[in-house]
Design a protein around this ligand. Structure first.
Ligand SMILES: *Cc1c(COP(=O)(O)O)cnc(C)c1O
Length: 452
């Protein structure tokens, strides 16, 4: 039986799929933090080049992928899709499990699918420099890589605790030519203010975003870049699902359920939106499942409301599931899933019942990661392991119900830089962190007051 489904270079999609063309309701407006009125493209121009702003609000269904971007995609795309036969055997399941593997990119995750086009549009628009943030370092690496391809200077504000604890990702960013500082830093007003109040703060993604946004807003030659959450980021990631649909055809199959881990929502959008298109059209009925950590359960326990994307309240207000913009999640190993908010598109689709969400603790997730790596060989990123865990539970449930299901999940990245997390697991040092109910309730008190 075939286990590997490959496409040719020429079969890399020529367009991205824009779900905004097909959503049952228009996406909720993004609001200006000062006026509370919908933001205009001009409001965003200091931060992003115009082609990305246009994609952010576009309702055109297919958006062409520039040839220069497709050329770079060929370095690792089309990415492989596997039938996890050895995992099925290990589980003794009757269900069929497939996974799309995004860890084959140079930086080891799905993130270059968007860092490459973002760098391209910035270059075309005459910007010289990109300011961005990174948590565990995956996004910073993807942006550093893209900067090196397009000759853009890249400055990365890296959450201080990761900067100190995860030096390898910093070294990789520097190897690709980026400048990396621990956040909060002395380089911005927001960073200096936070350091004055608490010199020993570990930092957070919300704080690092404030610094990068301030950097970009105060320099003519500089754009801001975000690795998840925004509509244009989710758009770029749809190359994953568009390829997966073709690969499913090669396998002569179609998924009953499509699963992705969910931090800001970009890899889930990537694998899920092209299948959701069929669901909205009524031609198929796949379930689309978002999987998050139980210590940062945005979609499962957050509220659907307008909130800021960052701690210093510099970003526009987005309607999304949120745990509060100043909520600082506990330091779990799946660093890429520690964000207080979520993609507005994913949030709205969840709110309207087109997506499901699940949350799991990290010990259960690592148990599933161990089963997977010993069966399939690939060492998964802790983030991706949330999707693996959900897929395994799905297969077990189907067996209990006497059903055979076709399950597809996105393996968003490899875990070679996360070996200390595996070491913790193997030596019994991994802890399940409770859902910080009080901390969230407090943060939710400080949501901005907005009509709508
Ligand atoms: C960043 C990251 C994620 C989480 O981000 P999303 O935008 O939710 O996809 C998941 N997996 C890996 C490997 C990552 O690097």
């Amino acid at each position: 039986m075939k286990v590997k489904f490959l496409l040719k270079d020429s079969e890399i999609p020529k367009t991205w799929y824009n779900i905004m063309a097909d959503m049952p309701n228009r996406p909720a407006a993004v609001l200006h933090p000062g006026t509370g009125k919908p933001v205009s493209p001009d409001d965003l121009a200091p931060l992003f080049p115009m082609p990305l702003i246009e994609q952010e609000v576009s309702s055109q269904r297919e958006i062409p992928i520039p040839e220069a971007v497709r050329d770079i995609y060929t370095l690792w795309r089309p990415s492989p899709m596997f039938r996890a036969l050895r995992l099925e055997e290990a589980l003794g399941t009757k269900s069929k499990i497939y996974y799309k593997y995004e860890g084959v990119s140079p930086s080891g995750s799905h993130k270059p699918n968007t860092s490459i086009p973002q760098a391209y549009y910035n270059k075309m628009s005459g910007r010289k420099r990109i300011a961005t943030e990174t948590g565990a370092g995956q996004w910073g690496c993807a942006m550093a890589l893209a900067g090196s391809f397009f000759g853009l200077e890249v400055k990365v504000y890296m959450v201080k605790v990761s900067y100190n604890q995860k030096p390898y990702r910093r070294m990789l960013m520097e190897t690709w030519g980026a400048k990396v500082v621990p956040s909060p830093s002395r380089d911005t007003n927001s960073g200096r203010a936070i350091l004055a109040a608490d010199p020993d703060t570990p930092g957070s993604l919300g704080i690092a975003i404030s610094e990068a946004v301030e950097d970009a807003a105060t320099r003519e030659d500089t754009s801001y870049a975000l690795g998840s959450v925004l509509n244009h980021v989710c758009l770029h990631q749809t190359v994953i699902g568009l390829e997966a649909k073709e690969q499913m055809k090669l396998a002569g199959d179609y998924p009953d359920v499509v699963i992705g881990c969910c931090g800001g929502g970009s890899n889930l959008s990537g694998i899920g939106f092209p299948f959701l298109r069929d669901k909205i059209a009524g031609s198929k009925n796949p379930r689309i499942v978002a999987v998050e950590p139980s210590s940062c359960p945005t979609l499962t326990k957050g509220i659907y409301a307008y909130d800021f994307g960052d701690t210093a309240k510099l970003t526009p207000l987005m309607k999304m599931y949120t745990l509060g913009h100043d909520f600082v999640p506990d330091g779990i190993h799946a660093g890429g899933l520690r964000y207080h908010g979520d993609s507005p598109l994913i949030s709205q689709l969840r709110h309207e019942g087109l997506l499901e969400a699940q949350a799991y603790g990290q010990i259960a997730v690592f148990e599933s990661a161990m089963i997977f790596t010993r069966a399939e060989g690939i060492l998964p990123a802790p983030e991706s392991s949330h999707a693996i865990h959900s897929a395994i539970l799905e297969a077990k449930r189907a067996d209990e119900e006497g059903k055979q299901k076709t399950i597809l999940f996105n393996l968003s990245g490899h875990g070679f830089f996360d070996l200390s997390a595996y070491d913790d697991y193997l030596n019994g040092r991994l802890k399940d962190l409770d859902y910080p109910k009080e901390k969230v309730a407090e943060a939710l008190h400080r949501l901005p007051k907005v009509e709508g």
